[in-house]
Design a protein around this ligand. Structure first.
Ligand code: IPM
Ligand code: MG
Length: 357
């Protein structure tokens, strides 16, 4: 197959982790007979420096004309004082909305080799951590009106039934393909949007009698994720709750550097990015962990290109490299005498070399 991929390297560690993902994709292409072509797209701080805005329309257009979009990371201290509507993050929000990718899928899964890297007690981790957060991505408070007038600042959280229903369906469908347990997370004891969220989920559940639906308040969920993560299969939640819970969920798996994500709408055009940020403090030092980025490329192969075997091959290569004891700094166990610490470039190279058909 020939596939056109829009590549957004972005800021901070974005460019270096992207190089490793491309290295791995090119190896997949060689082994399985595919041609991937890459179109560079400027977004984030680098685009602010170049064009004065984080995602010019022409750059967004390149993404919409591709088969899929890969994103490293955007943002950094350098642009902290830029006005709210011109910040690097605003480019990411424009991209998500422009692509219509309302469903963000963030897996929290512990790799058996990284059990020691989890900050949770072994007795909790041993029960297993393997769940997915399905986060609504283009609605809610992120996209409501934002304004500051004198000493009053306002951000509006708004959801329509249709927006809730379409993400709810993704939640149910995802659960149906896994452990058939869906936990809908909201704050219905306080928020109207959450009360509507809850009622739409229960309405939908009539169409999915094979999936067990439970409700959980978001504050309780934050606690349950560290207390007993094994109880979760699929969590479906609104945009900001999903943002916060997915950082928490990633941490219990050892490192945020390991977690990929996919964002999809109604077509196969998807956006794939690691869930971590641009980490400007370690940028350019060859110490970033490229695995979250590489696994995001694997998700792209699976969900946008239907290349399941190829995606599985990447996951297997990552597994094997971890099994061989190679670790980037973020997942390197301090007390280890057997693990080998490697940089970003070496990690990418090891994974590419491990790939097998
Ligand atoms: C994420 C990030 C973004 C978000 C930021 C960079 C706008 O934290 O993808 O989780 O809040 O969605
Ligand atoms: Mg976040």
């Amino acid at each position: 197959m020939n596939k056109k991929i829009a590549v957004i390297r972005g800021d901070g560690i974005g460019p270096e982790i992207m190089n490793e993902a491309i290295k791995v994709l090119n190896k997949v292409g060689e082994l399985f007979g595919h041609t991937f072509s890459y179109t560079d797209v400027d977004m984030g701080g680098c685009a602010i420096d170049k064009y004065g805005e984080p995602l010019p329309d022409g750059e967004l257009k390149k993404c919409l004309e591709s088969d899929s979009v890969l994103l490293g990371a955007v943002g950094g201290d350098k642009w902290n004082n830029v006005a709210g509507d011109k910040r690097p993050e605003k480019g990411l929000l424009k991209l998500r909305a422009g692509m219509g990718v309302y469903s963000n899928n963030r897996p929290a899964k512990i790799w058996p080799q990284l059990i020691d890297a989890s900050p949770l007690k072994p007795s909790i981790v041993e029960k297993g951590i393997d769940f997915i957060i399905v986060r609504e991505l283009i609605g809610g408070i992120y996209f409501g009106e934002h304004k500051t007038e004198g000493s009053t600042a306002t951000d509006i959280m708004c959801y329509t039934k249709d927006e809730i229903e379409r993400i709810g369906r993704i939640g149910f469908e995802t659960a149906r393909k896994r452990g058939k347990k869906l936990c809908s997370v909201e704050k219905s004891n306080v928020l109207d949007t959450s009360r509507m969220w809850k009622s739409v989920m229960h309405e939908l559940s009539k169409e999915y009698p094979d999936v067990e639906l439970t409700d959980m308040l978001v504050d309780n969920c934050a606690m349950q994720i560290v207390k007993n993560p094994a109880q979760f299969d699929v969590i479906v939640t609104e945009n900001m709750f999903g943002d916060i819970l997915s950082d928490e969920a990633s941490m219990i798996t050892g490192s945020i550097g390991m977690i990929p994500s996919s964002s999809l709408g109604d077509s196969s055009l998807g956006l794939y990015e690691p869930i971590h940020g641009s980490a400007p403090d370690i940028a350019g030092k060859d110490i970033a962990n490229p695995i979250g980025m590489i696994l995001s490329a694997a998700m792209m192969l699976k969900y946008s290109f239907d290349m399941n075997t190829e995606a599985d091959a990447i996951e297997k290569a990552v597994f094997d490299v971890l099994e061989d004891g190679y670790r980037c700094a973020d997942i390197f166990p301090q007390s280890s005498t057997t693990c080998k610490k490697v940089g970003c470039i070496k990690m990418g190279q090891l994974i590419a070399e491990k790939l097998k058909k």
